[in-house]
Design a protein around this ligand. Structure first.
Ligand code: ZN
Length: 161
């Protein structure tokens, strides 16, 4: 790792701590165009995700409410910031890339082509949880909830409640 990469990593780890303590977009949207509930019983993390979609098909507003560990809250907070302005397809691509990053640090570089560099760095920082397998479900909860919020065919509730 170069010095610059190591500095970047620290910067983004600080960002995760900050989002965990002070979640952004932490409120209800009523009415929302898409809404889903997520629950991670392993850790007790719970959240509700709200999305509004603009006329252009892009996510206009993303917000969440819930309670859980710092990783789950930071991941949800950072996700809602990343989602604004994205299409559903772009959002799903981010989730697919993040899911792979949580399994391996060797994500094919061409899969990252075309993605926003800042989004990639944020996802890479969050995906550092792969070293703590029990925390991966905390980091991916918001994204799994997003997947169900974006699926019009699904009942808009996930989890065990
Ligand atoms: Zn958790």
């Amino acid at each position: 790792m170069t010095e610059m990469e190591s500095d970047l990593r620290e910067l983004y780890q600080d960002l995760i701590l900050d989002h965990g303590k002070h979640p952004r977009n932490f409120h209800v949207i009523d009415p929302a165009d898409c809404e889903a509930v997520g629950h991670n019983p392993l850790c007790g993390d719970k959240l509700v995700l709200f999305l509004t979609v603009g006329q252009d098909g892009r996510i206009a507003q993303a917000a969440f409410q819930g309670s859980g560990c710092a990783i789950s809250m930071a991941s949800a907070s950072m996700m809602t910031e990343m989602l604004t302005g994205k299409t559903a397809a772009q959002a799903k691509t981010l989730w697919a890339v993040f899911e792979d990053m949580c399994k391996s640090n060797a994500v094919e570089p061409d899969r990252l082509a075309g993605l926003d560099e800042d989004d990639v760095l944020r996802l890479q920082a969050l995906a550092g949880v792969r070293h703590y397998p029990v925390r991966v479900k905390c980091a991916t909860l918001a994204w799994r909830t997003l997947e169900s919020a974006l699926d019009p065919a699904a009942v808009k509730k996930v989890g065990t409640e």
